[in-house]
Design a protein around this ligand. Sequence first.
Ligand SMILES: *Cc1c(COP(=O)(O)O)cnc(C)c1O
Length: 402
Amino acid sequence: MTKKYSVDEKGFFGQFGGAYVPEILYKCVHDLQAQYLPIIQSKEFQDEYYALLRDYVGRPSPLYYAKRMSEKYNCQLYLKREDLNHTGAHKINNTVGQILMAKKMGKTRIIAETGAGQHGVATATVCALMNMQCEIFMGKTDVERQHTNVERMKMLGATVHPVTTGNMTLSDACSEAIRDWCCHPEDTFYIVGSTMGPHPYPDIVAKMQSVISRELKEQLQEKIGRDYPDYLIACVGGGSNAAGTIYHYIDDERVKIVLAEAGGQGIDTDHTAATIQVGTEGIVHGSRTLVMQTEDGQIQEAFTISAGLDYPGIGPMHADLASKGREQVLAVNDDEAIYAGYELTRMEGIIPAIESAHAIAALKKLKFKPEDVVVLTVSGRGDKDVETYLNNKPLAKEYGNF
Ligand SMILES: *Cc1c(COP(=O)(O)O)cnc(C)c1O
C-alpha cells in the first residue's frame, strides 16, 4: 500500500508540522530527530516497551461489541477500551514509550505540560516507575480546577509548577515547559502529551499510540474475519488517541475516519475548542498547524466542558488529514457530549471520560448501514468527570430522560 499521508524527513505532514524552535533548543530537538527512529526500531526498546504495555498498562485493551448501542445506531459497534488502561486513559501508552527513550538518551530529568492533569499523572506514574525526577507544568486555573490530579501527581513524587502567565491554562503550561527545556537542554527530556509540538514529537506520539490500531487489526480479524472496519471514530484534542486509532489504516481508503472535536457552546460562539472548524494556519508550540487565533495572531483561549480537549491547536497530522478530506471532523457541543456520556453509561454500563463522550455523540450525526462495522475508541474512563456529569445533567435533559 502506498504511504500517501506519512510525515516527511523535515517533519511535515503536507503543509503542516515542522520544528519551529528557539535557537537554544535547536541541538536538543536535532538530537531527538536523529535518534528517535533508531531507538524506537531497536529490538531492545521494542522488547521493553511491549513488556511494559502488557504487564504494567494491561494491554491489549479489549475490543468490546456494544450490543445495545449497535441496535440503537443501526450498525455493528465495537468499543476499543482504552479506559481500562492503568491510570484510566490512552495517555500511559505514550509516557511509557517516551520515558524509555529518555533513559536511552541518558536524560535524568523529566518535564511535561498538563491541562486536566491526565498527562501529568501518566508522566508522574512512569517517573515513579523509572525513578526519575519529574517536574510538571500546569496552568494555575487548572491546578485549582483539577485538584485531585494535582494530589495524585504529588503523591507519585512529582513537583507541580502552577503557571501564572496568559490564561493560566494548558496552552500557557506548554509554553512554560518549553521555556524550562531551554534552561536545561542537557539533562532534561520533555515528555509531550499529544501529537503536537515540534518535529519529531507528533510522529513519536503517533507511533507510541499506534499500538491501538495494531491491536485492532488482530482483534477485528478474530471477531469479524477481516482486519479493517468500515468506520473509525475517536475524539480529538491534540490528536493522540485519534492518531493511534487510525495509524495503521490511514492509507486504507476502505476505512472512513470520523473525528469529534469539542464544539463547546457552539462553533458560532466565542466558547468553542473546535480548532479544525474555526482555526486558521499559524505556528503554535513549535509546529505549523491550525490554531484558534485573533486577526493579529494572538492565541485565543479554547472553551469546552472537557478539560482534556481544551487546546487551541491541533496536531499537524490531523490538520493535514482534515484539509485533504481524509478525515471527517465533526464539532460536538457540550450538551451533546453530556447526553452521550449518560447514554453509554445507561446502555452499556460504561462511564466514559467526557472527552470520549464527544466521540460517542458523533454516532448520532452519522448514517450507517446495518452491516457497517464501526470501531469507536473510548479514550478514557469517566471517574474523574462524575461531578461534571452531575452538575450538567440538565444539559442532557432536553434529549432524554436519565
Ligand atoms: C487527554 C485526553 C484526550 C485528548 O487528547 P488527544 O491527544 O487528542 O487524544 C482524550 N481523552 C482522554 C480521556 C484524555 O485524557
